[in-house]
Ligand binder design. Sequence first.
Ligand code: KG4
Ligand code: ZN
Length: 337
Amino acid sequence: RDEPLVLGIETSCDETGVGIVRGHTLLADAIASSMEEHARFGGVVPEVASRAHLEAMTPVVERALAEAGVKFADVDAIAVTAGPGLAGALLVGVAAAKAYSLGLGKPLYGVNHLAAHVAVDQLEHGALPKPCVAMLVSGGHSSLLLVPDVATSVISLGSTVDDAAGEAFDKVARVLGLPFPGGPHIDRAAREGSPEAIFFPRGKYDDGTFDFSFSGLKTAVARWVEARERSGEPVPVADVAASFQESVVDVLTRKAIAACREHGVKDLLIGGGVAANSRLRALAQERCDAAGIRLRVPRPKLCTDNGAMVAALGSELVAAGVAPSHLDIPADSSLPI
Ligand code: KG4
Ligand code: ZN
């Protein structure tokens, strides 16, 4: 009860998320998504996302307060995603957070979106082991992080040099005629197919870095499907989905385990929208078991973008005694970790 009540705001992409936490206890996780508005464009349209955030901000904040059963005056600190993300989208959340902070006379914490994806796991599994390795895979990012302390020290080990993992899922889904966002559809289709039907390339598999590359894979799948279509034969959607998915999760899990080994870390956390992938979860568990590494994956609603993750990191910053942000902090679309 003594721990501060922290309200977190997330608007880095298409989700307007507002979460409320006390310590590691999740009290509210309200969300509005503009995904349906983007679906007909086959990807997130920044202008559309910004406008949707503006419209959703006040109602979502009100819903979060109601869900938590608290009043605005009870809130002790405001946390907000300051970056990285879409500039216009971030601006809406940062402006709102500044207004709430000023109006309430409560401290403001501008936080890093990737660190928030890590901190959210504490709401489900309790305090994070120090250190841990985190792999964040979504439509916007694919990163391997070494996390000595999520409040004060998060170190980037590597990231994608081209497409994000989720982006590859979405692009391949499009090639296969599946709806956007494609990840869940590929996951489902893959269950009926064989991961060994077609061998697709594994980008940067043995390069000794913790970076990823998925654009060559995406092109290889597109070429394979085009050749099939030209020959007049039907495209085996389930086999292509399963074989593509296997290439992605093979590389992801291999590099994540290698990062743990290299840094002598015994706990691996996986987050981001792609962490919902059933094959990724299964293969990560299998390889962690074999390597003596404990695996933590938050439930899907906490893996995708949400406000609770921002509140969770804000709460951690308050607890660590980190100084609040100034009221003039910028929204930074390429904020480094
Ligand atoms: O974290 P998120 O909701 O938003 C950001 O991109 O930040 O992640 C969305 C991404 C999309 O690319 C979506 O296709 C992918 O996560 N995704 C999946 C699955 N569920 C969502 N990818 C593979 N398998 C899934 N089951
Ligand atoms: Zn994210």
